[in-house]
Design a protein around this ligand. Structure first.
Ligand SMILES: [Zn+2]
Length: 107
């Protein structure tokens, strides 16, 4: 089971955006990366195309996927950076916060 989900709040723990936080917009469980808006931006040069309306040339800031090793979950219950644990509830596995021991996922 994957430790992170889309919508999770995470803290960046390494790299140029270290210390910042954001919400996971997308994740790739094969590459073990997450995409967080406005984090890990890089400049992309885009050429204008006359054939496509609204497509302007210029330099755009595009977020690049971050390795999971560089993010830590911020617990929605205690608001602390935490590691994710798991607990079996009924026949379901739910994520728990190692700091406050509360279930992270609410239904
Ligand atoms: Zn917690």
């Amino acid at each position: 089971m994957f430790k992170f989900k889309v919508g999770d709040k995470v803290k960046i723990t390494a790299g140029k955006d270290k210390g910042r936080d954001g919400k996971i917009e997308a994740l790739d469980s094969k590459k073990n990366t997450v995409l967080v808006p406005d984090i890990n931006l890089y400049k992309k040069h885009v050429k204008g195309q006359a054939s496509q309306q609204g497509q302007k040339g210029g330099i755009y800031d595009i977020p690049r996927p971050l390795s999971l090793a560089k993010v830590a979950l911020i617990c929605p219950k205690c608001n602390q950076v935490t590691r994710v644990g798991f607990r079996i509830v009924g026949d379901e596995k739910v994520r728990i916060c190692r700091k406050c021991n509360k279930e992270i996922d609410t239904k």
